[in-house]
Design a protein around this ligand. Sequence first.
Ligand code: NAD
Ligand code: TDX
Length: 333
Amino acid sequence: MSRHLLVTGGAGFIGSNFVHHVLTHTDDTITVLDKLTYAGDGTSLKGLLEDRVQLVVADVADAATVGPLVAEADAVIHFAAESHNDNSLHDPTPFLQANLVGTFTLLEAARKHGTRFHHISTDEVYGDLPLDDPVRFTETTPYNPSSPYSATKAGSDLLVRAWVRSFGVAATISNCSNNYGPRQHVEKFIPRQITNLIDGIRPRLYGAGQNVRDWIHVDDHSSAVLAILDRGTIGETYLIGADGEKSNQQVVELILTMMGREGTDYDHVADRAGHDLRYAIDATRLRTELGWQPVFRDFETGLGATIDWYRDNESWWRPQKAATEAKYAQAGQ
Ligand code: NAD
Ligand code: TDX
């Protein structure tokens, strides 16, 4: 049976890919609620805004707008957030407003109208792991966030848990590892290096480049969220990951060689303050309880398709590139 979904942040990277995924794999209709901040782009929904998708441009912290949209939805999938760690180190203010007040506002509407709620979160709420120990995050790992961004995401998760327990809101939470794929903002690691190389700029590696991220293709994140929405247990948390651990140096070397350059053609720049060492997800629960499996098992294939997407869609990322690099230059990065 088809549902009506309210997708917050649906003009951003993961949200827009989720909208595309839902349209392809279900009969659901969607209202996207997005403020169109610097990270939101209406053109990411181009060609979709017909009978099955509508876009409402507003702030998730605007209770008067949020209330009726939550009331008419069968489920809310909450992606909207300030999402970039480096930005949160320069100015945490919008992170508190969007990630904490925004989530609170949506939860209050879900409570009032009895609407199913799925909260999108990150593995960064658990802090980081050592490089020399195979331990991975699970659903019971204690929260220990490092940056203003991850602290506000941790806070938003805890709000959801409290609204489940105290008010009976029918919510689930997922904490996913690092996503890659089309339509990711050029401030993020992989698109930054691909578009730098297109522009003839050498890739920039923070610090020694040994930090490890657990990469998952954005489409696999979308299929996991749909599985949780369909079959997840209310009140539970699910970790999403696809066994994709790579050091930043390995990723930069791959991008360089796949784009026809020497693997050593990069520069080390100033490290990120408080830089988390390693993230790694144990997704056993999602795989065994909900039967989910990733489709993109080969990082190089997914990365190659992502490089092609940035080569073919320069008009999408070009308007953001110069301002993004100017900001990094100020920070010596
Ligand atoms: P993004 O920055 O690309 O997109 C965020 C979207 O939210 C944008 O369209 C923006 O306009 C919108 N938005 C921001 N503040 C808003 C507000 N106050 N009201 C309404 N809309 C607002 O982010 P992303 O990388 O697509 O991340 C989406 C979600 O997934 C976030 O909650 C993030 O914490 C989570 N997440 C991201 C990753 C990753 O690797 N990128 C991994 C795990 C979890
Ligand atoms: O130019 C760069 N050079 C570099 O070495 C940039 C932009 C980043 N890095 C490093 C920092 C990280 O170790 O690459 C790694 C990935 O950086 P980001 O793309 O900024 O991602 P990260 O900080 O790991 O957070 C991402 O994954 C978890 C998303 O931005 C978050 O929204 C998500 O919660």
